[in-house]
Design a protein around this ligand. Sequence first.
Ligand code: FAD
Length: 618
Amino acid sequence: MATEVVMPQMGESIAEGTITKWLVKKGDQVARDQPLFEISTDKVDAEIPSPTSGVLLEIRHQEGATVPVGEVVALLGEAGEEPSDAEATEGEADGEERPAAKQPDEPEKAAKAEERERAERPAEADRPEKAAEADEADEAKKREPSQAPAATEGDYDYDLVVLGSGPGGYVAAIRAGQLGLKTAVVEKDSRFGGTCLLRGCIPAKALLWTAELLDHARHGEQFGVLAEPQLDVEKAWQHKSNMVDVNAKGVQFLFKKNQVEGIVEGWGRLAGPHEVEVDQGGEKRVLRARNILLATGSVPREMPFAKTDGERIVNSDHVLEHARVPKSLVVLGAGAVGTELASAFRSFGSEVTLVEMLPRLLPLEDEEVSKELERVFRKRGIKSLTDAEMSEVEAREGGVRMQVERRGKSETLEAEMLLVAVGRAPVTEGLGYEEQGIELDRGYVTVDEYMRTSVPHVYAIGDIVKGVPWLAHVASAMGIVAVEHMAGHDTRPLDYGRVPQVTFCHPEVASVGLTEKEAREQGYEVQVGKFPFSALGKARIAGKPEGFVKIVRETKYDEVLGVHIIGAHATDLISEACAALQLETTAEELFRTIHPHPTLGEAMAEAAHASHGAAIHV
Ligand code: FAD
């Protein structure tokens, strides 16, 4: 039976689409979800993906034809198959709107053959000679997505095995449980949650909360609160550890609640397109799965000239683990992790110097935000050396000596501790990825919009994926898309241009969308609106006048292109901006939205007003 490709319904009021370009030709072998043709409607332009893999048997409408929604545009089938007259009858389309979300639809024959082959095949452990032959055949199959054997019930231990339980892996497993997939999670750590829960977001924010409390108490006098706060280092780190425990246990609870059946502790590797081998203290076990999701995350990047020793030269894992506040600290790298930890240790009483190779702190943020952060950090006693390259590092008695080249001059720095915070490296080596044909680019896995790797049924998400921001919420969102896609559920590719960036230093920084510079470079005619927190009642009450909200909008449609916030609770305030960008909101809609008073959120409406030259309170 040939499969009909129909003109899809692209929106409620869209009745037809014009085929603007064919991307394949009659006789071509196409993979499921491969774009077949482009259409243009009065509202949207889109590429239409193939609902299944197969050969393009017939093209019913050529480029330029305007075709009603639901009408058959083409037929797909097996090579040599003739479309029957009945199939060729127009108007019999099933009207499926989202072919991309269907389960694989490979020929029944292949499924049966594979089932038979598997029944005859000895178990993994006792098939030495045949293994090579079978592996060769598997190898050939996996490189040809459209010819991958169909999965049948009973073939696999699980519908999905997730390798890694960070915010990518654990969220994906929960979603899979919700969608009824029989799911297992393999984790080498003794606790779930990955970098985010154990060595990243959660412990860092727990320490930053202690830092904030200390600062509040130090400045309490102006609010009538008299205190002489002191840091109890052990207790602060104990609070951090408690928060890690609570969150890690929470994941376990959620697994149970959502019927995530297999919790497999051990070191896993991809052993085949449908196999994960788990090493459990020397004993090996193979899990067979219809789909595999790689979510092995990242680790702190090492610099060859500053190898960490956990004592004097450390990374974020070390400082979050060991309860210790150095008298002096140099932080190499002023990205999110570097600035957050610099901020916390300054509040704890360390002398802090930030060293950044690029010309500004948080180099990915809007330039005005970086400038304001440097100004406030200076006021707080954090020294920033930008445009500075660290070349030599010597760990010595009682500390570290560092050589820094800056604007043509060489400078020597000394500190009790050097924190290396220059980014993260993906965990993809030695895990069987390359051997199994997973395409890697400088160590990162390449995926398509549904998180599929180059090997059918193997997906990848989170910090191991090429070109996506190293953020927990990105890993989680990717996990949800991947699982929904493999389950044949309605899903949507992510728009990475609308990912919020958040940095929890004090003052906090958060942004979404284009910076002013990016918007101009992309050719938009731009209007900017800025509103300082110093003009806002709630910020003044709380003694938090630093920072501002900056809105970047384009002038033709008034659409908001980017929002950049530095100041108290910026990381919470940014969610409104995320919704605004997702809904393609105008600045006018933002300022006509009634914001409650007195709140920090009023700054958003004021900035939108300011972008029209009409802020009320400045
Ligand atoms: P990970 O969280 O790294 O998880 C990978 C998991 O896979 C780990 O549990 C690991 O043990 C497991 N694994 C690896 N190899 C194997 C194997 N062979 N077998 C079995 N298991 C394996 N992001 C934010 O969004 N907000 C923040 O505030 C934030 N703060 C951060 C602060 C710090 C100090 C750091 C370091 C990072 C922070 N991040 C933050 C980034 C965030 O933690 C990561 O982007 C996120 O954890 C990536 O998720 P992931 O699931 O891809 O991988």
